[in-house]
Design a protein around this ligand. Structure first.
Ligand SMILES: C[S@@+](CC[C@H](N)C(=O)[O-])C[C@H]1O[C@@H](n2cnc3c(N)ncnc32)[C@H](O)[C@@H]1O
Length: 282
């Protein structure tokens, strides 16, 4: 196949769809990245030019939904890790959970891992909370969502390479990670008791209503809104707060900030906010 080239006009069309559907900004500097990611899709389909793919995407209703899913899957950045920015899990175990145990909002402690990528963050939360069950009697559930169907498939399989599980403390590895009997196989599976605590699902933060059936005690929303503009960040987090109990906690990533946005949240530590519906200052 001759080397296909994505023109500036085609890039503008695809990046416009990505911004409208996901809220993800795609500046011109991302043109080469999008071209190379889309190029793989062209190869899969046996299509020789971006002009032909552009036609299929924008003018062929029969393929539109399928190609939209592919485009959105390849537009997202899914980097994640077990125990990423680990201080948040200490705060969860040592401050947030004990506070909830003193004043529970219901029979179950509910966590939402929003933008869960391939599952490492959700399983980290599950292991952290399972550890706390040795000291406290409580039940918990974790809802984990992402817009990208490819990462959700990986998350549900719950199988990781040895190098990916390195950040998991060894005391937790022996309890919660299952090794293959085959010594040449470096794959590790998350134990059923950890998997049972996490429910994965598809959710787009740009949807006007997240449609979640429950109110949450904690939301992890880390390393996602960095790709959104300020207005989208404000809208998404504001909608998220509707699903957070008063007094509930929101964690964002250390590289992100909600400073200056009118939200019913109060800062209580690095990248950690408490939902205080009466306040509109972060
Ligand atoms: C960089 S990963 C962060 C994963 C994890 N939260 C962490 O901190 O390690 C960002 C995730 O956000 C998801 N995402 C991006 N835009 C989204 C949207 N509009 N709705 C839902 N998920 C989105 C991506 O698919 C990606 O898996």
């Amino acid at each position: 196949m001759e080397t296909a080239h994505l023109t500036a006009a085609q890039f503008a069309d695809f990046s416009g769809v990505i911004a409208a559907e996901l809220g993800i900004k795609m500046p011109a500097s991302k043109q080469t990245m999008l071209q190379s990611r889309l190029h793989r899709r062209l190869r899969e389909l046996g299509i020789g030019s971006f002009a032909e793919y552009h036609e299929r995407f924008f003018n062929d209703d029969a393929h539109r939904a399928e190609e939209l899913e592919h485009l959105l899957n390849l537009a997202t950045t899914n980097k994640t890790d077990f125990f990423r920015e680990p201080d948040h899990f200490d705060v969860l175990a040592q401050k947030v959970l004990p506070a909830w145990l003193r004043r529970p909002t219901g029979p179950v402690f509910r966590v939402w891992c929003a933008g869960c990528s391939t599952g490492e963050e959700a399983y980290t939360i599950a292991m952290t909370l399972l550890e706390q069950q040795a000291a406290h009697r409580f039940d918990f559930t974790i809802r984990a969502t992402d817009v990208c169907t490819r990462v959700l498939d990986t998350a549900m399989k719950a199988v990781y390479r040895e190098e990916q599980i390195r950040p998991v403390p060894s005391s937790l590895r022996s309890k919660y990670l299952l090794r293959s009997r085959d010594r040449d196989n470096d794959r590790v599976r998350i134990a059923p008791e950890v998997r049972a605590k996490v429910r994965f699902g598809h959710l787009n933060f740009l949807a006007p209503d997240f449609g979640l059936p429950e109110t949450l005690d904690v939301i992890f929303f880390r390393n996602v809104m960095i790709y959104f503009d300020r207005e989208t960040q404000q809208q998404v987090v504001s909608r998220m707060c509707r699903y957070l109990h008063p007094g509930g906690m929101l964690f964002i990533a250390h590289a992100e900030t909600l400073q200056g946005l009118p939200l019913p949240l109060r800062t209580i530590g690095p990248s950690a906010y408490r939902h205080e519906p009466a306040t509109l200052r972060p």
